[in-house]
Design a protein around this ligand. Structure first.
Ligand SMILES: CCCC/C=C\CC(=O)SCCNC(=O)CCNC(=O)[C@H](O)C(C)(C)COP(=O)(O)OP(=O)(O)OC[C@H]1O[C@@H](n2cnc3c(N)ncnc32)[C@H](O)[C@@H]1OP(=O)(O)O
Length: 357
């Protein structure tokens, strides 16, 4: 359930009653989350860099859809500040701290590791618009928290089945323009936050990964997979095009011929095939996967954090500008594809359960 106007107003009052100053970073975050409450004729953030007429329209549509999500995120953040302020007031900070309370994205911090879990197992962890927002907020928090490594993993049998295809279909079974715009902007912003993430980013791929859950892996620093994981990007089947900079990272990682098999033909790779192509760092037997991976990550998280951070910066910095340019280009194509008959039919087929991968 999303936060009501009343919840939002209560949270705004609660901020004034916090026992401790949350600091400028958090205050700025809270301010940003109230952006949708302000008039939309203010200058737009530079990141929304679409072409001319579309700019203002898509911003207005996006604003409408983001109001609820921003209010919810504001309420969640204030609630976490209130409880952490109370906990530290009581000298009661546990080691396994739940840093963000949300149903579908669960975030914990322990042993120098911030763990972000796709937690929607009944829908194979498909990513809703709200989850896009939550992931971005979590990455922002993780970039300045005390952790050394940030890890993504999934609950249940899937790592993540990619974009929730129902994001784009309204209750009446239509695909609406506002949803297409929101999808495009959220995808671009999410990818941007992965490109810029300053700390070690690791994927613990516990099961099948589909669509954007696979393409994002090209922006991770290490990918550990269970031998029951698979990697599948069915963009052509969906009348879609690649995202998350995979049109650039995949040919670079595995060579153009193998990238074509994945991104254009929708060939599903086993974990070992993905390892052989260089997309996965190491594959573990399912029976020992969790134990081996977490033991190893806990040891890595004890390495000196600043050394790791500057080394990552050295490895990534020459690519950042290129990646942002690719992200912008892919977003333009995604927006076009979302209006195509091929994509519309594929989404409606999925909604009416005629299609499964
Ligand atoms: C257009 C996108 C713009 C750009 C952004 C991103 C690109 C992408 O991520 S594209 C990839 C999108 N993902 C898919 O195409 C996967 C679709 N899902 C499936 O084909 C199957 O559900 C899957 C093979 C993942 C699993 O099959 P089963 O093991 O047979 O399980 P179910 O199909 O019964 O799934 C259980 C439940 O989950 C719902 N589900 C799963 N994945 C998604 C999804 N991506 N979006 C929405 N819903 C999803 C599925 O519909 C079932 O729901 P119920 O019927 O209500 O139980």
């Amino acid at each position: 359930m999303r936060a009501s106007q009343q919840d939002f107003e209560n949270a705004m009052n609660q901020v004034k009653l916090l026992k401790e100053d949350p600091g400028n970073q958090v205050k700025l975050k809270l301010y940003a989350l109230t952006a949708t409450e302000r008039p939309c004729n203010m200058p737009k953030p530079i990141v929304f860099d679409f072409d001319d007429n579309a700019k203002q329209d898509s911003w207005k549509c996006l604003k409408l859809h983001m109001v609820e999500t921003s209010r919810q995120n504001y309420v969640d953040l204030v609630s976490s500040l209130s409880s952490s302020s109370e906990a530290s007031g009581q000298g009661n900070c546990g080691a396994d701290e739940k840093v963000q309370e949300s149903k579908d994205i669960v975030v914990t911090s322990e042993d120098g590791i911030t763990k972000i879990v796709f937690n929607r197992p009944t829908k194979k962890n498909a990513i809703t618009f709200q989850m896009y927002q939550e992931i971005m907020l979590t990455l922002k928090n993780a970039s300045t928290d005390n952790s050394v490594i940030t890890v993504f993993t999934g609950t249940g049998d899937y790592y993540c089945s990619g974009n929730d295809l129902n994001n784009l279909i309204s209750a009446t079974g239509e695909i609406q323009e506002a949803q297409r715009d929101e999808q495009t902007v959220l995808t671009r912003e999410l990818v941007s936050s992965f490109i810029d993430f300053p700390k070690l980013l690791v994927a613990v791929v516990n099961g099948p990964a589909v669509g954007i859950a696979v393409t994002l892996l090209g922006l991770f620093d290490a990918v550990y997979a269970s031998d029951k994981a698979t990697f599948h990007t069915p963009f052509s089947q969906l009348g879609q095009s690649p995202e998350a900079c995979s049109s650039y990272t995949f040919p670079k990682i595995m060579g153009p011929a193998k990238a074509t098999e994945m991104l254009l033909f929708g060939k599903k790779l086993t974990a070992r095939e993905a390892w052989a192509q260089g997309l996965v760092s190491e594959v573990f037997p399912e029976s020992t996967f969790e134990k081996e991976v977490w033991t190893r990550l806990k040891a890595y998280a004890k390495l000196p954090p600043n050394g790791i951070k500057v080394s990552k910066e050295l490895i990534r910095k020459n690519e950042k500008q290129k990646l942002h340019a690719v992200n912008a280009e892919e977003s333009t194509v995604i927006q076009e594809r979302l209006t195509s008959e091929e994509c519309t039919n594929a989404l409606l087929n999925f909604a009416s359960r005629k299609a499964k991968l």
